[in-house]
Design a protein around this ligand. Structure first.
Ligand SMILES: NC(=O)c1ccc[n+]([C@@H]2O[C@H](COP(=O)([O-])OP(=O)(O)OC[C@H]3O[C@@H](n4cnc5c(N)ncnc54)[C@H](OP(=O)(O)O)[C@@H]3O)[C@@H](O)[C@H]2O)c1
Length: 251
């Protein structure tokens, strides 16, 4: 299939999980893709697996200087971009009485501030008629112990999809959001969640019990939606959201 033939995409956080599956799906539909990640080795490994249409760049969405230099890194590969998938993010959990300013800033810096200023930095490269897709989370819709900061960082992206769509409609640039429920990716480790093995096991069991479909999603199931939002098939969708959660919030 070639629903994204002749298109160029930027995917933030593209060396693992949902981002990696999306880079693969975009390439499968004919696109050229630049993806970011902080880890150079992980980027290289992904590039080797994905082939010559994948270009990894080292860039940290939580660092101001990296966001500001990302435009030049993208321009080294392509002068223009049609699709921007804002996916880089971290998920860390702590109860409200244990949230430090440092914990709060780290999550907001990457998940919201990083998303916002990456869009601002790359917007001059985005073609009129382009598509910007924001990866949020089901946590923007459900209440979950320990998730207050993460959930807020993702809820902020939902308002961004609407407000930026309103602002960019004159350029026919659409901004939409995908809100995944639990998806099996390398994110789901005690280390990445910032919690103990025991707490991780408990949370995992509790989350699984809340999914009517009876399973976690697969990264490809989110990537398929990203292809739809990226393609002209979704050209009448502006500022909207697709919840892909096995019924967790919707049933
Ligand atoms: N898995 C789920 O259940 C789930 C559910 C809802 C939403 N999400 C969202 O989906 C997105 C991807 O998560 P995932 O599950 O695919 O996790 P993952 O496998 O851990 O992948 C995260 C990706 O983001 C990159 N990344 C993380 N922090 C970054 C930063 N500061 N700057 C640039 N890149 C960064 C990572 O690369 P480096 O480590 O090399 O930086 C990696 O490529 C996240 O925004 C997450 O919140 C996930």
């Amino acid at each position: 299939m070639s629903r994204l033939a002749h298109k160029t995409a930027v995917v933030t956080g593209g060396n693992s999980g949902i981002g990696l599956a999306t880079v693969q799906a975009f390439i499968g539909e004919g696109a050229e893709v630049i993806f970011t990640g902080r880890n150079a080795d992980a980027n290289k490994e992904a590039e080797q697996a994905l082939g010559s249409k994948a270009h990894g760049v080292v860039s940290d969405a939580g660092k101001w200087e990296d966001i500001q230099s990302l435009k030049a890194q993208v321009e080294a590969v392509t002068p223009k971009v049609d699709i921007l998938f804002i996916n880089a993010g971290i998920a860390q959990f702590a109860p409200v009485d244990q949230v430090s300013e440092e914990f709060f800033d780290k999550i907001l810096d990457i998940n919201f501030k990083g998303a916002y200023f990456t869009i601002q930095a790359l917007l001059p490269l985005v073609n009129d008629g382009g598509s910007i897709i924001l990866n949020t989370s089901i946590n923007a819709h459900v209440g979950m112990p320990g998730a207050s900061v993460y959930a807020a960082s993702k809820a902020a992206l939902l308002t961004l999809a609407k407000n930026l769509s309103a602002e960019l409609v004159s350029r026919k640039i659409r901004v939409n959001a995908i809100s995944p429920g639990p998806v099996t990716t390398p994110l789901h480790t005690p280390d990445k969640f910032g919690i103990s093995e025991d707490a991780f096991k408990q949370i995992g069991e509790s989350i699984a019990a809340q999914i009517p479909a009876g399973r976690f999603g697969a990264p490809e199931e989110i990537a398929n939606a990203a292809v739809y939002f990226a393609s002209d098939e979704s050209r009448f969708l502006l500022g909207t959201e697709l919840i892909i959660d096995g019924g967790m919030a919707t049933l």
